[in-house]
Design a protein around this ligand. Structure first.
Ligand code: NAD
Length: 499
């Protein structure tokens, strides 16, 4: 049984004609096609933007108190339905249920941040900036915002952006990944139940056609994008060329540097957790362990022994720790790096293709793999694999480890494992990466900070969510005000000076 998955426009499921183009949505744990998702045409994107534009006229002036109370209501609904949303994520993405529940929990943090919108939108006020002249700033919404999200966090990434965007008074057209589109629809229906007016949040499904229309539509004023680096660069260049503000978060190659004085048990636990959680399909996954001499052999042994006991299987089954990959094509691409690594001289310390699986034979399975003695010239190092393949690069010193990380074109996340506070402090100072963990392998900032990488991991100058999110979704207006009094001094053609 396949279901039709269609757009959400103007507060309801779209009832337009059958789509001329659709995409298959899989249950990655069985390989079965469970849905066909409509791919929007330009005209359908225009319809969603028109709904958002029309809703903006009222929504921008809805009181902060009302916006905040809708966000609180949404937060309650999301909390009570968290299990349902996690199940939707697992069914289309494949990550295990506990991991999907964790994704929903991190999403909730961003909703809770947006509940505080009255405090977040306070401007400044200077009485008597000049004599009897007051100056104040107000933060206004930008208009219709486009949000384009990747497959790997189908609930959390839309909720990095949507709550702050609408709390600031904007309206949204969300284009989720076509691989797992249902979580966004569930979120939109919960927002409707929470009292969000029709048209404030719209969801259109599709591919490049839909994205390109969002990027060129004159009524879309800002675009938040998350995905791979080539598409992030394209979205940033195209969107800004059309006069929009754009934040485009791209791919990653996250290094975990292990110094000789590190607690190796802690480091091995962290490498396995951060390398194979969500089958490595996280932009903050650790994909490279940089073992500083002489810890390499001992660390590889500890990682290998932990990998053997990982339970791979259907994420709905009790005890499974790692699910399938999102599609068969992606699984095959990820697996191809194992042979490529070996033929270029790396050693395959653990071959995930031989790992036992607790799941249906048609699922998109690939167990956890470990490539040792990886060199920076190998494709296993240069490419973002985005799967359960952990590479180990040996480094002769702290300085060569830092040079390796800083020489990598990506700069999303990194971590250092050490018992030396001075080394950790030096690392956080000189590492050219946007998010740094000290004995923490996945340093995703809490919602009151902002999330973003450096270099090819982010195009634009604004990070996602937190204070940067509020900044991105607002325009500042500064008002200089004088109420006439008997002392006004007549005509003056000089440039205004403050006295
Ligand atoms: P992707 O780049 O293939 O797709 C992302 C979005 O762009 C989707 O909505 C997709 O429909 C759209 N898209 C795809 N091809 C397009 C094209 N040619 N033109 C216009 N739009 C297009 O990414 P993905 O495979 O869905 O997600 C995985 C990638 O996302 C990884 O590279 C991962 O590192 C990255 N990611 C980054 C972060 C971050 O915060 N930096 C977070 C999550 C994922």
């Amino acid at each position: 049984m396949t279901s039709r998955i269609t757009h959400w426009i103007g507060g309801k499921s779209w009832d337009g004609p059958a789509a001329s183009r659709t995409g298959e949505v899989f249950d990655p744990a069985t390989g079965a096609v469970t849905g066909l998702v409509d791919f929007a045409t330009q005209a359908e994107v225009d319809e969603a933007v028109a709904a958002a534009r029309s809703a903006f006229a009222d929504w921008r002036n809805v009181s902060l108190a009302r916006r905040s109370s809708i966000m609180f209501a949404f937060r309650e609904l999301l909390r009570s339905r968290a299990g349902d949303l996690a199940a939707i994520v697992t069914a289309e993405h494949g990550k295990v249920l506990s991991d999907a529940a964790g994704e929903v929990q991190r999403a909730l943090e961003n909703v809770e941040f947006a509940c505080g919108i009255p405090a977040l939108l306070k401007g400044g006020y200077s009485e008597n900036a000049s004599t009897k002249v007051d100056v104040y700033s107000i933060e206004q919404p930008v208009g219709v915002v486009g949000v384009i999200s990747p497959f790997n966090f189908p609930a959390m990434v839309p909720l990095w952006f949507v709550p702050n965007a609408i709390a600031c008074g904007n309206t949204v057209v969300l284009k989720p990944s076509e691989k797992d589109p249902s979580a966004s629809l569930f979120i939109a229906s919960l927002f409707a139940e929470a009292g969000l007016p029709d048209g404030v949040l719209n969801v259109v499904h599709g591919d490049k056609v839909a994205v390109d229309r969002v990027l060129s539509h004159p009524e879309v004023k800002a675009v938040s994008f998350v995905g791979s680096t080539p598409i992030a660069r394209y979205v940033y260049e195209t969107g800004t060329r059309h006069g929009k503000r754009v934040q485009a978060l791209g791919g990653a190659k996250n290094h975990m540097v292990v110094l000789p004085d590190a607690d190796l048990e802690l480091a091995a636990d962290a490498a396995v957790s951060a390398g194979f959680g969500s089958a490595g399909e996280r932009c903050m996954a650790i994909s490279v362990v940089v073992a500083v001499d002489p810890v390499g052999d001992a660390l590889v042994d500890k990682i290998r022994s932990r990998m053997a006991s990982l339970k791979v299987g259907d994420g709905r089954r009790a005890g499974c720790e790692m699910g399938p990959l999102v599609t068969a094509a992606h699984r095959d691409r990820v697996a191809s790096y194992l042979d490529a690594g070996v033929s270029s001289g790396a050693s395959l310390a653990v071959d995930g293709r031989a790992h036992p699986v607790d799941g249906a034979p048609g699922g998109f399975w690939l167990g956890p793999s470990l490539l040792d003695a990886v060199l920076p010239s190998m494709s296993a190092y240069t490419d973002e694999i985005f799967g359960p393949v952990l590479s180990v690069v040996r480094a002769s010193s702290y300085s060569s480890a830092v040079a390796l990380v800083n020489g990598n074109p990506y700069g999303n996340g990194t971590a250092i494992f050490t018992s030396d506070g001075g080394a950790a402090r030096q690392f956080q100072n000189e590492i050219e990466v946007g998010m740094v963990g000290v004995n923490v392998p996945i340093p995703v900032p809490v919602a009151s900070y902002s999330f973003g990488g450096w270099k090819d991991s982010l195009f634009g100058d604004t990070h996602a969510y937190g204070p940067h999110g509020i900044h991105f979704y607002t325009r500042t207006k500064v008002v200089t005000s004088r109420w006439p009094d008997p002392s006004h001094g007549g005509v003056s053609l000089g440039f205004p000076q403050n006295t």
